[in-house]
Design a protein around this ligand. Structure first.
Ligand SMILES: *Cc1c(COP(=O)(O)O)cnc(C)c1O
Length: 374
C-alpha cells in the first residue's frame, strides 16, 4: 500500500464538477478581489461559527499578524503563549516587536498549561495567545478568567481548530474555537480541516470596532479608497479560494465525522500496543475535531522510518520547539526550561488522517505499527 500523509485528489475526483464549476464561475464573473464570493463565504463562516464578524485574509499567518497588530501585541509588551506550535503563533508577536513569554504545555492536550499562566503575567503583560492544537481546545474557562482578572486581550490561534467547540461553565451552548477571546484566527492551508486549494485565512471577532479595523487593515489601512487611516497590509482571501472553500464547507460536518471515524479506528487498533500511547482528549466539555492524529512513540524516528518503508507517510508536529529556534535565540531561553514541550518534540508522531482514508488503510497502518514493536 501507498498512503500519503495528506491527500486532496480523492475529494477532488469525487466532487470535480462542483469544484471546477465554482472556479469557473469566478473567472466568468471577473470579480477576483473581495467580491461577492468572499462576502458570501464570510457570511457562511459567521453562520457556522456563531462569530459576529468574519474577515477573510490571505493566510492564517497574516490573520495572526494583523490581529496582533490591532490588539497592540507589539512594542516590547509581553504576551503569554506556548513554545510547542507552528512558528506563526509566535512570529506574529515578534514581528511587531512584542515580547513572547512562554509557558509550558499540558502533557495530554499539548495546549497551554493554564496552571502556569498566572505566574507569567506582570505589569507589562497585555495579552494571552492560546493555541488550540491538533484536536482539542485549551482550557478557555481558565484562560478567560485569568485574562479578565488581569485585563488582558486574548487572541486564539484556532488555525487548526475549525469545527471545535467549547462549553463555558454555566452555559448551555458550545462556543466555536476562536470566538471566545477578543479575536480568533483560522487557517485554510490545504491540509487543514477546512482547507483550500492554496493559502487562505480568516479573522473572527464579536467586536464591531475590531472588525472594522480588520477590514481596513487588509486593504492597506484604508477607510475608503485611497484614504488611509492606518498603515495596513495587502492581505485578502482570494475569491478563487473562497469559491473552493464554499464547496468544502457544504460537506464539513461529514468530513469531521469521517475524521472521527479514522481516529476511533486508530484508537482501538493501537490501544494494546506497547511502545505507543495515543493522544487523549483532556476536557470533556468540548466537541473536539481530529485535525491530526498523534501518537507518542518510543523510538519515534525508527517507527517513522519503518512506516515509510511500508509505504506509509507520517509527519512530526513539531520536531523543534520555538524556544530553541535560532530566530528566537534573542529571547534567551535555554534547553530544559520547558520539559513537557521538549519531551513531546521527541515522542510525537502524526499518522495520516483525512476524511477519505479507508478503514482498510487505517487497519494496515495499525498492523505496521504492531509489527514494528513486536
Ligand atoms: C497552519 C497554522 C498556522 C498558519 O496558517 P497558514 O495559513 O499556513 O499561514 C498558524 N498557527 C498554527 C497553529 C497552524 O497550525
Amino acid at each position: 500500500m501507498k498512503i500519503n500523509f495528506y491527500e486532496s485528489q480523492r475529494e477532488y475526483k469525487e466532487k470535480k464538477h462542483e469544484f471546477d464549476g465554482a472556479i469557473k464561475n469566478i473567472i466568468d464573473s471577473g470579480a477576483f478581489i473581495l467580491g461577492n464570493e468572499v462576502k458570501t463565504f464570510e457570511e457562511e463562516i459567521k453562520d457556522f461559527t456563531g462569530a459576529k464578524h468574519a474577515i477573510g485574509v490571505a493566510s492564517g499567518t497574516d490573520a495572526l499578524v494583523i490581529a496582533s497588530d490591532i490588539l497592540g501585541f507589539s512594542d516590547n509588551k509581553e504576551i503569554v503563549t506556548t513554545p510547542f506550535t507552528f512558528l506563526a503563533s509566535t512570529s506574529c508577536l515578534a514581528k511587531h516587536g512584542g515580547k513572547p513569554v512562554f509557558v509550558d504545555i499540558d502533557e495530554e492536550s499539548c495546549g497551554m498549561d493554564v496552571d502556569q499562566l498566572e505566574a507569567a503575567i506582570n505589569d507589562n503583560t497585555v495579552g494571552v495567545l492560546p493555541i488550540h492544537l491538533f484536536n482539542q481546545m485549551c482550557d478557555m474557562d481558565k484562560i478567560m478568567e485569568i485574562a479578565k482578572k488581569h485585563d488582558l486581550k486574548v487572541l486564539e490561534d484556532a488555525a487548526e481548530a475549525f469545527g471545535m467547540r467549547w462549553q463555558m461553565q454555566g452555559e448551555e451552548r458550545y462556543r466555536h474555537a476562536g470566538t471566545i477571546g477578543d479575536m480568533g484566527v483560522f487557517s485554510f492551508f490545504p491540509t487543514k480541516t477546512l482547507g483550500g486549494y492554496g493559502d487562505g485565512g480568516m479573522i473572527v471577532t464579536n467586536s464591531d470596532e475590531l472588525a472594522d479595523m480588520c477590514r481596513m487593515f487588509r486593504v492597506h489601512g484604508a477607510s475608503k479608497k485611497y484614504h488611509y487611516d492606518y498603515i495596513g497590509y495587502n492581505s485578502r482571501l482570494d475569491a478563487m479560494q473562497a469559491a473552493v472553500l464554499r464547496v468544502k464547507l457544504k460537506y464539513i460536518n461529514n468530513a469531521i465525522e469521517n475524521r472521527g471515524r479514522v481516529a476511533k479506528l486508530y484508537t482501538e487498533g493501537l490501544k494494546n500496543v506497547e511502545g505507543v500511547k495515543v493522544q487523549g482528549i483532556k476536557s470533556a466539555n468540548q466537541k473536539n475535531v481530529y485535525y491530526v492524529f498523534n501518537i507518542f512513540a518510543e523510538n519515534r524516528d525508527g517507527l517513522a522510518e519503518f512506516l515509510k518503508s511500508k509505504g506509509v507517510a507520517t509527519s512530526i508536529y513539531y520536531p523543534k520547539p520555538l524556544h530553541l529556534q535560532k530566530c528566537f535565540e534573542y529571547l534567551g531561553y535555554k534547553e530544559g526550561q520547558f520539559p513537557v514541550t521538549e519531551k513531546m518534540c521527541k515522542q510525537i508522531l502524526a499518522l495520516p488522517i483525512y476524511p477519505e482514508l479507508t478503514n482498510e488503510e487505517v487497519e494496515y497502518i495499525c498492523d505496521c505499527i504492531k509489527e514494528f514493536y513486536n
